[in-house]
Design a protein around this ligand. Structure first.
Ligand SMILES: [Zn+2]
Length: 216
């Protein structure tokens, strides 16, 4: 567990920051793949009061069922992804292949999150596109943003870090995701924390560079 800011910790779940979860105060955001849920529950017993998702794909929600059953904490999901979280069936363009590769053990949802809701000292932002109900968590006072898979900060084939579009086949609405990218860029975050890849420091400048390359 690596501290990145006041009450903000990264939990890298695979080597080279391939899959990340984050502890924001007493909220665990994302839980990796199914085996990661048990590991996180052991590591975080007594430290977590609730578990929230950025979005309902198997590499973020895969560990949620094991974690919630072990710790007995409420499970919070963006309203547009709540059905996918309950059933474990993500919304993708890939049909049976998408369900097989991004599916996960579904579980009851205790609360649906919407833009403006607060989770600890973070505010929920709707950032749809990668999934219909993808959300991000924003803390304005030190400009920390946890933005799931709105961007990737690595090439998933080579693991080389760098801001890029999220993996295409699993992004259900790429144009809507680009709108969410613009929304994030306008916030000018200083620290951007993503599902895949290392923390992005000096994020506003790196996002401007990304916009010049990807959003013209
Ligand atoms: Zn992901």
């Amino acid at each position: 567990m690596r501290q990145l800011a006041d009450d903000v910790f990264q939990l890298p779940l695979t080597p080279r920051n391939g899959i990340n979860a984050y502890l924001l105060g007493d909220t665990l955001v994302d839980a990796g793949l199914p085996p990661h849920g048990k590991r996180l529950a052991k590591q975080l017993a007594g430290k977590v009061q609730r578990h929230a998702l950025t979005h309902a794909h198997g590499d973020h929600a895969g560990g949620s069922k094991n974690l919630v059953e072990a710790l007995g904490v409420p499970f919070l999901v963006g309203a547009g992804d709540a059905e996918a979280a309950r059933t474990g069936v993500p919304v993708t363009k890939l049909g049976a292949f998408g369900r097989a590769t991004a599916g996960f053990p579904g579980l009851p949802v205790d609360g649906e999150l919407r833009e403006g809701d607060t989770v600890g000292d973070f505010v929920v932002l709707d950032t749809p596109g990668h999934s219909p109900g993808h959300i991000s968590f924003w803390r304005e006072r030190d400009r920390v943003l946890v933005a799931g898979d709105v961007f990737f900060n690595m090439n998933i084939f080579t693991t080389v870090p760098g801001l890029r579009q999220p993996f295409g086949p699993f992004t259900v609405d790429p144009e809507l995701n680009r709108q969410s990218e613009r929304k994030v860029i306008e916030l000018e975050p200083s620290l951007l924390l993503l599902g895949h890849g290392p923390p992005v420091t000096d994020a506003a400048a790196k996002l401007r560079e990304f916009a010049g390359r990807e959003l013209r």
